[in-house]
Design a protein around this ligand. Structure first.
Ligand code: NDP
Length: 255
């Protein structure tokens, strides 16, 4: 018996990194999980295979976010995947995790309208319209979790444009929280600090050490630690928390 037995979850950007760990955790807790990805089908299939091998249920859903028709593609895939696994077309848990970042950042002087628009389309616009669409099939007791970043409260000039998108994402949490309370649906923000997402930079000792210094614990976070926070908000113990900004930065924001 898991705390999320009979629940259906959609985790965007779940082929790898933090989203993968969230999908694995929600599946371990009993949910049927839609593992969304953009282009890395191999990684997404691997995530699903791992979940199934561990006794869980999951399927992949492909949709490039930030392009016209993205929400339709996502929900068409969700509907098709659910039809193969359950007779319900509902969504109990939505995790807006997919996000893009310019790898080395962009100095304020170098932000272009094109780069800005792309970041907003993927990190802010897509989650808003995914949430709007999801809410047509989220029943009472549903949970929505938006993955932001500690960078909305920690100044890094090279992350100005990215952080603006996450600031916008946090507004989805705040305003929808009041709007959804009458339906018994919670919506919250989880803000990771630097988290090992399996990208090669985390294997470079000097880079890892430098990143570790930002946290009060002097290490980088693990994707599983973020997944644990999401699991709390998605589970029965999280029902009295809505509209919250949950710091999952390992004390990075303590200054
Ligand atoms: P990764 O880069 O490891 O994975 C990104 C995921 O999002 C992949 O599944 C990718 O799919 C998907 N994705 C990316 N762009 C798009 C797109 N345009 N359309 C659809 N899917 C897309 O990310 P992380 O695990 O590092 O980050 C997850 C979330 O956490 C993001 O929102 C990020 O901003 C946030 N965050 C991460 C931190 C960190 O240190 N890692 C710190 C703070 C916040 P595919 O595999 O197909 O490309």
């Amino acid at each position: 018996m898991g705390v999320l037995d009979n629940k259906i979850a959609l985790v965007t950007g779940a082929s790898r990194g933090i989203g993968k760990a969230i999908a694995e955790r929600l599946a371990r807790d009993g949910a049927l999980v839609a593992v969304h990805y953009a282009s890395n089908s191999e990684a997404a299939e691997k995530t699903v295979a791992g979940i199934v091998e561990s006794g869980g249920s999951a399927f992949t859903v492909q949709a490039e976010l930030g392009v016209p028709g993205d929400v339709d593609t996502l929900f068409d895939g969700l509907r098709a995947g659910l039809a193969e696994h359950t007779d319900r077309y509902e969504l109990d848990i939505l995790v807006n995790n997919a996000g893009e970042q310019t790898a080395a950042g962009l100095a304020p002087e170098d932000i272009t309208p094109e780069a800005f628009d792309r970041l907003f389309a993927v990190n802010a616009r897509a989650p808003l319209f995914i949430t709007q669409r999801a809410l047509t099939i989220v029943p009472e007791g549903g949970r929505i979790i938006n993955i932001s970043s500690g960078l909305t409260r920690f100044a890094v000039p090279e992350q100005l444009a990215y952080s603006m998108t996450k600031g916008a994402l946090e507004q989805i949490t705040l305003h929808y929280a009041r709007h959804l309370a009458p339906r018994g649906i919670t919506i919250n923000t989880v803000a990771p600090g630097i988290t090992d997402n399996g990208s090669p930079v985390f294997s470079i000792p000097e880079a890892r050490e430098q990143m570790s210094q930002l946290s009060a614990f002097k290490r980088v976070g693990t994707a599983e630690e973020i997944a644990g926070v999401v699991a709390f908000l998605a589970g029965p113990d999280g029902g009295w928390t809505t509209g919250a900004f949950v710091d999952a930065s390992g004390g990075t924001l303590l200054g």
